[in-house]
Design a protein around this ligand. Structure first.
Ligand SMILES: Cc1ncc(COP(=O)(O)O)c(C=O)c1O
Length: 386
């Protein structure tokens, strides 16, 4: 086991450890020898591999998922005075991306049982200005996407699926991200595959793909390759200013190598999640996530709920686990609790996130987690059983 990242010598069991294999290191090393370190063959290969895996027509690699969300919104025409609905329980990136388009995030409450956007609340918050919804496949499970798609269809809204947790999550044999207008993935170190920092946008629309690709690299009208195969490589146009949201060759090559073992990665995650699931059954006050259903799951996070019936509060249990050298954490503080975002929520209508925020706790989960690690977590939780 590696030393605790934060150099806390009392921590024996981290919440997460990245899995960088020998092959990962070899490919990265080889890429470092290329003459072109960005917008080159590794990027093309990574995008092609991601298309193949998700069966999407187009995949555009970006510097991170937040950039992917921003570009998706731009490509779908989201602009000033538009409103985009997001769940109260999500990562801040969804709201930041909307604000980057000068549009308004509208934060709505979730269902208490599954943490998905509440459809009643979603419908209640649709106005003339609403243009899109960002449903989140939270913790790696398929969210209530069919219901969200129905609402979108009825109201002519665009769908950007937040798939940050969901590489390897399928719905009726379709990979998530291919159900709405775009899907955005994160390759942050804790995610199911990592490029350290990185992301991907997938879509089946050529128009959206072309726009995202163009905006990814300053809005240039020509790709690097086509510029250098034309007469004067410096001649290109900018019709709409873009960004530098590129994923370099080094990270793209790491992505190729990681994606090759996605099946193995998710199988190891699944085994670990099911181990918790079998050992933590029937503890009064502990609510386990719904793993045993007919949907696929990428097992990104295993989040339990520590309810009033348990001997300790969530915070007390967090502290007891930490005292035993085990790191756990909470995903996340609800959006309505942040100073910058509070004004985008109806504070009288966030009762479910307010409740579950005090109960959720993500247990350590990663491909190389050992039984010893998990047994220690289980032992501490069980020792406070009433
Ligand atoms: C649900 C969700 N959406 C978006 C993001 C943003 O991803 P990135 O860090 O790659 O920008 C994250 C990152 O943790 C996330 O968990």
């Amino acid at each position: 086991m590696k030393k605790d990242f934060f150099k806390d010598s009392t921590i024996k069991f981290p919440a997460y450890e990245p899995w960088i294999s020998k092959d990962d290191k070899l490919i990265v090393n080889k890429t470092l020898g290329q003459s072109m370190l960005t917008l080159g063959p590794q990027l093309e290969k990574f995008e092609a591999a991601f298309c193949k895996y998700t069966k999407s027509k187009y995949a555009i690699a970006v510097s991170n998922c937040t950039a992917g969300l921003h570009l998706s919104l731009k490509a779908l025409g989201i602009k000033e005075h538009d409103e985009v609905i997001i769940p109260d329980l999500t990562f801040v990136a969804d709201a930041s991306a909307i604000l980057s388009c000068n549009a308004k995030p509208v934060i709505v409450d979730i269902n208490e049982n599954d943490f998905f956007l509440s459809i009643t609340n979603l419908k209640k918050n649709i106005t003339k200005r609403t243009k899109a919804i960002i449903p989140v496949h939270i913790y790696g499970q398929v969210c209530n996407i069919d219901e969200v798609l129905d609402v979108a269809l009825d109201n002519n809204l665009k769908i950007i699926e937040d798939c940050a947790h969901a590489v390897g999550t399928f719905h009726n044999s379709k990979h998530v991200g291919t159900l709405g207008n775009t899907g955005c993935f994160s390759f942050y170190p804790t995610k199911n595959i990592t490029t350290a920092e990185g992301g991907m946008v997938i879509t089946n629309s050529k128009k959206i793909a072309d726009k995202v690709r163009q905006l990814r690299s300053h809005g240039m009208s020509k790709s690097l390759k086509s510029r250098y195969s034309s007469e004067y490589p410096w001649i290109f146009d900018i019709t709409e200013p873009g960004y530098n949201y590129r994923l370099d060759e080094i990270r793209a090559s790491l992505g190729i190598s990681q994606l090759k073992r996605i099946k193995k990665i998710n199988e190891l995650r699944k085994n670990a999640a099911f181990y918790y699931h079998s050992k933590l059954q029937n503890i009064s006050g502990i609510v386990l996530p719904d793993m045993v259903n007919n949907k696929t799951h990428s097992y990104h996070l295993y989040t339990i709920r520590v309810t009033k019936l348990f001997k300790l509060s969530r915070n007390q249990l967090f502290k007891k686990l930490k005292q035993a050298g085990i790191r756990t954490t909470v995903y996340w503080m609800p959006m309505h609790k942040y100073t910058a975002f509070r004004k985008f929520a109806n504070l009288s209508d966030v009762k479910n996130t307010s409740k579950i925020y005090n109960e959720i706790l993500a247990l350590p989960l990663f491909p190389s987690i050992t039984k010893k690690h998990q047994d220690n977590v289980i032992k501490i939780i069980k020792s406070f059983q009433k």
